[in-house]
Every structure is written in structure tokens, then in C-alpha cells.
Design a protein around this ligand. Structure first.
Ligand code: AMP
Length: 284
């Protein structure tokens, strides 16, 4: 018999978490948009190992998608998601309808008013991080976790959530988890399912550029222009690829840097056909 609980209402989550907390148990939260893969799995596993109870939210959040983006076509498979959640050690899956999360006349949003969310992905997705901060802040209020787990794959999102938690005094520990990749190097993503066979091969130019950039930095290259230039050359050799950005930024502020050093984030977004993929590395 399955031990995994499914909740579709905020009240069910609050009641369950209240019961756990009354027993002195710690709670971890893994926010996701569903169509789970091993990347999400590693976050769930880490939460299950660090917290007594793990809540996974599966919610395709409309406020982080612009009208021209892929909200409608985003892949969904809740039956499979439940299987992975259970296998990785989750205790509760929160799978609300949009109407449970947002009143029709919802007018309150959480937004960081610095340059940070305007950099990198924010240049082409100006409302994205406002939607992310709003939904994550709602999930924090609903679940009241001790820790929340986010992937380094979405490095700008991770930095922004850390900043929101600091600025809003959430008192929740934000844990960043390493990028999980396919065997050939491609970072796992729910959006990889959009790629046809030819595009799937072409998509390898992202991870190849990441590994190449990383090797240059490891050999001692600190000039951001040089490293980024080499990475862009590699990607531009791929006819199906179109660069959105390849940038080196400060790992905390997300502002561009000229010199690559400890804590620099080298991040990219590249279109393969119509599919926009992201990847990055941080200098340790
Ligand atoms: P998403 O469902 O795409 O919103 O992702 C939910 C969480 O899983 C985010 O914190 C992502 O950063 C994380 N995640 C997605 N793909 C990966 C991956 N390949 N490796 C590690 N974490 C990931």
C-alpha cells in the first residue's frame, strides 16, 4: 500500500503539516511544475534525507508564463509524477488546481525590485521571476517548511529565491542541488520532451559549451570575454541553435562580470528550434 498522500487543497496541506509539527517533525519542500524526471528526483531524495517529512508541490504556475510562452503545451503526467515522488521518498504531493492557488481577482505579487531579476532569463522573460517569487512565497506560507530544495540548473531562480527569503525574513533554509544530466551531458529538463531526434542531438551544444568553458576556467583562464567567446563559437557551429544569452555574472547579484573568479556564474539560454533550453556552471 502506498504511504504517499495526495492533497489538492491548501487546507489538507495545512492540516497534515500541523499534525507533523505537533510531533516535532521537520518538513522539506520541493516546488515543481510536474512532468518529473531524475533532476526533480534528486531534490526529493535530498529533502527526504535531510528532513523527516517531504512535501512535493506539482503546480504548473500560470503567473510565471507570458502569454506567448508554453503554458498550454507544457508536458503533464501526474500518474508518473506520483510514482517518482513515492520512489524518491516524498510523503505528500500538493497538486492544486489554479483556482485553489489564485482567486480570480488576485492582485498581490512578490517581486524583487533590484536589477537581479532583469538579468539573464529576465531579459526575454520580464514577468517570469515575479511569478516564481509569488508562487514560491505562497507555497512557503502554505507548507511552512524548515528547508526548501531548488536545482542549480535554474541558477538565477535559486539566487532570487535566496534573496527573497533573506529580504522577507522567511527563516527557511534554501538548499541548492547539483544539475542532473543525461548520460551524454544534456541537462535533464521537462522541456527536453519538445525536441525531435535531430534537435535532441543539436541540444548537446549547450552542455558541450558548458564543459568547454569550465575546462578553460579550470586551466586558469579568467577573461570572461575569451571564455564566453569560445563557448559561443561552439554553439554557433550548430545550425539548429540560436543563442539567447551566454553570460558571466556575479553568483549573488546576477550582474555581469569581466573577470571569472570564485562564485562567478556562467549561464546560457539557447533556442534549439523553438525550444528554449538553459544550462550553466558556477566557479567553485
Ligand atoms: P521545474 O519543474 O522545471 O520548475 O523544476 C523544479 C525544480 O527542479 C527546480 O528547482 C529546478 O531547478 C529543479 N530541476 C529541474 N531540472 C533539474 C536538473 N536537471 N537537475 C537538478 N535540478 C533540476
Amino acid at each position: 500500500m502506498s504511504n504517499l498522500k495526495i492533497a489538492t487543497t491548501i487546507k489538507e496541506v495545512r492540516d497534515t503539516v500541523k499534525e507533523w509539527k505537533s510531533q516535532g517533525l521537520t518538513v522539506g519542500l520541493v516546488p515543481t511544475m510536474g512532468y518529473l524526471h531524475e533532476g526533480h528526483g534528486s531534490l526529493i531524495k535530498t529533502s527526504a534525507s535531510e528532513c523527516d517529512k517531504t512535501v512535493v508541490s506539482v503546480f504548473l504556475n500560470p503567473t510565471q508564463f507570458a502569454p506567448n510562452e508554453d503554458l498550454e503545451s507544457y508536458p503533464r503526467d501526474f500518474e508518473q509524477d506520483k510514482v517518482l515522488c513515492e520512489k524518491m521518498g516524498a510523503d505528500l504531493v500538493f497538486h492544486p488546481e489554479v483556482s485553489e492557488m489564485y482567486e480570480q481577482d488576485n492582485a498581490t505579487f512578490v517581486e524583487i525590485l533590484s536589477e537581479m531579476p532583469k538579468q539573464l532569463c529576465g531579459k526575454t522573460r520580464p514577468i517570469h521571476f515575479r511569478g516564481v517569487c509569488t508562487v514560491v512565497s505562497k507555497l512557503f506560507n502554505i507548507v511552512t517548511p524548515d528547508k526548501a530544495f531548488f536545482g542549480e540548473k535554474d541558477a538565477q531562480q535559486l539566487a532570487i529565491i535566496k534573496r527573497m527569503v533573506r529580504d522577507m525574513s522567511y527563516g527557511i533554509e534554501i538548499v541548492g542541488c547539483p544539475i542532473i544530466r543525461e548520460e551524454d551531458g544534456l541537462a535533464k529538463s521537462s522541456r527536453n520532451t519538445y525536441l525531435n531526434e535531430e534537435e535532441r542531438k543539436a541540444a548537446l551544444c549547450l552542455s558541450k559549451a558548458i564543459f568547454f568553458g569550465q575546462s578553460l576556467v579550470e586551466k586558469g583562464e579568467t577573461n570572461a570575454n575569451k571564455v564566453l567567446g569560445e563557448m559561443k563559437n561552439l554553439i554557433n557551429k550548430e545550425p539548429l541553435a540560436r543563442i539567447d544569452y551566454v553570460e558571466a555574472v556575479d553568483g549573488v547579484t546576477m550582474m555581469p562580470v569581466d573577470k571569472i573568479e570564485k562564485d562567478t556564474l556562467v549561464a546560457m539560454a539557447v533556442y534549439i528550434g523553438k525550444t528554449r533550453l538553459i544550462d550553466n556552471f558556477s566557479v567553485k
